[in-house]
Design a protein around this ligand. Structure first.
Ligand code: GA4
Length: 326
């Protein structure tokens, strides 16, 4: 028997064998923000997949490429210089370790606090201008998407969702990820290395932009994993746990993961729009049908975050807040 020993550099990182999806999957819905039907299509996509791709979003591509170039310049610095920007507890530079409870991936990243009341914790050797400009644009987009979604859901008032992340105390953050190519992978044919392990996003909404390198996969209802092809001009938007609760499970917070590649590096930037820490999260009554059962107990965002900080990446963080019926 031949046993492949893992190269030292892959220590602690997981290798997985991915299977071809069985059913017919034609990709996540593509939605044009300027389409008159956008409100209906966004809601439908979030009910079915928890994910959609947004085009015609109005964010200039130059803002994206400028920040991508700046991110790559930073990630290509000597390790010692990058380490000066860390550790990410909870914000700063991180390398391989994700969170506080032993999760690892083939990744390095910068985690930034975007709370309007806090100062932006960009490392000294990073262009604050490029980050600020991008975050401002993507925040505005997040507000707009949540308002259009609010229209589609017929929430009163229309800004009930966007108001949660627009609040000056909103607990939102921004993540710049770098998945370097892993050359050892070529030797382990048919294997994939986990860049970022499977998880759901905690917040209300996540707005992701990546360069032209694949890697992102989402989990379908039948539990098969499907790849989301990269598109550097669009945004991939997904529902977070808090929005699943606010919509009493109607909009789905879906598991996703990122596989590392052997040739090209992947750079992604994600804005996570979350509510203020003291905000009470519970199903919104106007979104529930008469007699519909509440699937979740009310909790504050602080309570969720507190339990999330003790969780592993792949845990079901909403389990604790479910209303268990006999
Ligand atoms: C997943 C989504 C975001 O990247 C993130 C992650 C956070 C972290 O990297 O510190 C968490 C993870 C994420 C969920 C559970 C906890 C917290 C790592 C982890 C094991 C920034 C977030 O908000 O939640």
């Amino acid at each position: 028997m031949v046993v492949l020993s893992q190269p030292a550099t892959l220590d602690h990182c997981s290798l997985i064998k991915t299977c071809k999806p069985t059913g017919v999957f034609t990709g996540i819905p593509v939605i044009d923000l300027r389409d008159g039907e956008a409100k209906t299509l966004i809601v439908k996509a979030c009910e079915e997949f928890g994910f959609f791709k947004l085009v015609n979003h109005g964010v200039p591509i130059e803002l994206m490429t400028r920040l991508e170039t700046e991110a790559l310049r930073f990630f290509n610095l000597p390790q010692s210089e990058k380490d000066e920007a860390g550790p990410p507890a909870p914000f700063g530079y991180g390398n391989k370790r994700i969170g506080l409870n032993g999760d690892v991936g083939w990744i390095e990243y910068l985690l930034l606090n975007t709370n309007p009341l806090a100062s932006l914790n960009t490392p000294e050797n990073f262009s604050r201008y490029a980050v600020k400009e991008y975050i401002e644009a993507v925040k505005r987009l997040a507000f707009e998407v949540l308002e259009v979604m609010g229209d589609g859901l017929k929430i009163e008032p229309r800004d009930a969702l966007s108001g949660l992340i627009r609040d000056e105390k909103s607990d939102s953050c921004f993540r710049l990820n770098h998945y370097p190519p892993c050359s050892e992978l070529q030797a382990l044919s048919g294997r994939n290395l986990i860049g970022f392990g499977e998880h759901t996003d905690p917040q209300i909404i996540s707005i992701l932009r990546s360069n032209n390198t694949s890697g992102l996969q989402i989990c379908l209802r039948d539990r098969t994993w499907v790849s989301v092809p990269p598109d550097q001009t669009s945004f991939i938007i997904n529902v977070g746990d808090a929005l699943q609760v606010l919509s009493n499970g109607r909009l789905r917070s879906v598991r996703h993961r990122v596989l590392a590649g052997s040739v090209k590096s992947r750079v992604s930037m994600i804005y996570f729009g979350g509510p203020p820490m003291s905000e009470k999260i519970a199903p919104i009554p106007s979104l529930m049908a008469k007699g519909e059962e509440r699937l979740y107990k009310e909790f504050t965002w602080w309570e969720y975050k507190n339990s999330a900080s003790k969780s592993r990446l792949g845990d079901n963080r909403l389990g604790l807040f479910e209303n268990k019926t006999q």
